[in-house]
Design a protein around this ligand. Structure first.
Ligand SMILES: *Cc1c(COP(=O)(O)O)cnc(C)c1O
Length: 428
């Protein structure tokens, strides 16, 4: 099936008991055992089934199967937010004393996790100078456990050369971990280009309506953990925390994601609620048509800004003179995402004057909503960074990041037009 169809039907046929066509909300914590023996078989993972909703839930399982299918993975694990997905996906590969090599263009909170929180657990994150494969490769050593990138960086708008990064990672026996939140599987499936693990904030385009937090980790099933068992002994050695389970033998290709669930989700517990899973499933049903409109509206807005004298610069990968234009053609089929950054004259003051004048377009820190949104990173998401770190992340004092929604494009453009006028008035 094509992605648009998977988005509507993936992971679900009809509830076996009620024949419900919509995915039911299983608002339950636990599931009854037929007998002591039945419970024991479930705990031994000899039988498939649900035991306790911290570990798995039937509503959430549909969402996991649907997104795994959209991304072309073997299995997935839902968690309570995109940040929880990033946390568990990294913990699933690392331990104290190991390191991760990352591109520098990251979502602000991911940068904080990598630069300030993981190091306190003994996990060092090395930021490359750029997203170029050579800059990544020179930081890899024998304690590196993964290479990390955002397929489309938030807010920098850079597009990573996933195929080249996967080649570098694999050459060193490492998995490539990709945050695909901004692109969504409707525009790009990183696993098709060699990515091994994909994470998402479901909060953004997949949910799509700004109502529900959620995250997911998708396992491609392609990384050969057993071949690199010295670097990744956790998949081929008995796990004392789970009656000496050997993940590779028991779960085969799904060893990584099974361990994320039975070690990290089970003991750390950042669980997605079944109601949230239901709401996110509703959003995903329309992601195909929404992304088409997002992309088309964004192109029109980018052209408006580029042609306006009050605007200094526009960073939009759909323009032929953008440094990421060729990669946008290759990885996004030329459908540059609906996130863009731009700057008006007047530095921090110009940026904030414009920002304060917006009407229809909401001032907030979110993206991927049906509504058009604007963020001023220097005063919000990226304010904890040094000026140099901001520049590396693609943020200058006047930068405004737009997430173009699916309203009528003329209404979006009129709001931008009046806010540009108001800012120009303030500055002269
Ligand atoms: C929003 C976002 C996250 C974090 O997701 P939450 O659901 O808010 O925790 C991670 N990565 C990217 C690229 C994001 O845009």
């Amino acid at each position: 099936m094509r992605s648009e169809t998977i988005a509507i039907h993936g992971g679900y046929t009809a509830d076996p008991t009620t024949r419900s066509v919509a995915v039911p909300i299983y608002q339950t914590v636990a599931y009854a055992f037929d007998s002591a023996e039945h419970g024991a078989a479930l705990f031994n993972l000899e039988l498939e089934g649900h035991r306790y909703s911290r570990i798995s839930n039937p509503t959430t399982a549909v969402l996991e199967q649907r997104v795994a299918a959209l991304e072309g993975g073997v299995d997935a694990l839902c968690v309570s937010s995109g940040q929880a997905a990033l946390n568990y996906s990294v913990l699933g590969l690392t331990e104290s004393g190991s390191n991760l090599v990352s591109v520098p263009q990251l979502y602000g909170t991911t940068h904080t996790l990598f630069a300030h929180v993981l190091p306190k657990l003994g996990i060092d994150v090395r930021f490359a100078e750029s997203d170029r494969p050579l800059d990544i490769e020179r930081l890899i050593d024998d304690r590196t456990k993964a290479v990390f990138c955002e397929s489309v960086g938030n807010p920098a708008g850079n597009i990573c050369d996933i195929e080249a990064l996967a080649t570098v990672a694999h050459k060193h026996g490492l998995p490539l971990l990709v945050d695909n939140t901004v692109a969504t599987p409707m525009l790009l499936r990183p696993i098709d280009y060699g990515a091994d693990i994909v994470v998402h904030s479901l909060t953004k385009f997949l949910g799509g309506h700004g109502t529900t937090l959620g995250g997911i980790i998708v396992d491609s099933g392609n990384f050969p953990w057993e071949r690199y068992s010295t670097r990744f002994p956790m998949f081929s050695e008995p796990d004392a925390s789970y009656h000496n389970m050997i993940y590779s033998s028991h779960f085969g290709r799904a060893a990584y994601i099974a361990r994320c669930r039975s070690v990290f989700q089970r003991t750390m517990g950042a669980v997605l609620s079944p109601l949230s899973a239901f709401l996110l499933l509703q959003g995903i049903e329309t992601v195909g048509v929404r992304i088409d409109r997002h992309v088309e509206n964004a192109r029109r807005v980018a052209e408006f800004l580029r042609d306006d004298d009050r605007v200094d610069w526009v960073n939009y990968a759909g323009f032929a003179d953008n440094p990421y234009y060729t990669l946008a053609q290759k990885y996004l089929g030329g459908r540059a995402c609906s996130i863009m950054t731009f700057g008006i004259r007047g530095g921090f003051e110009g940026g904030t004057a414009f920002y304060n004048a917006l009407g229809l377009i909401k001032r907030l820190v979110n993206l991927g909503d049906a509504k058009s949104l604007a963020c001023h990173p220097a005063s919000t998401t990226h304010r904890q960074m040094s000026a140099q770190e901001q520049r590396n992340a693609g943020v200058t004092p006047e930068t405004i990041r737009l997430s173009i929604g699916i309203e009528h494009v003329d209404d979006i453009i009129s709001d931008l037009d009046q806010a540009l006028g108001a800012a120009a008035g303030r500055l002269t």
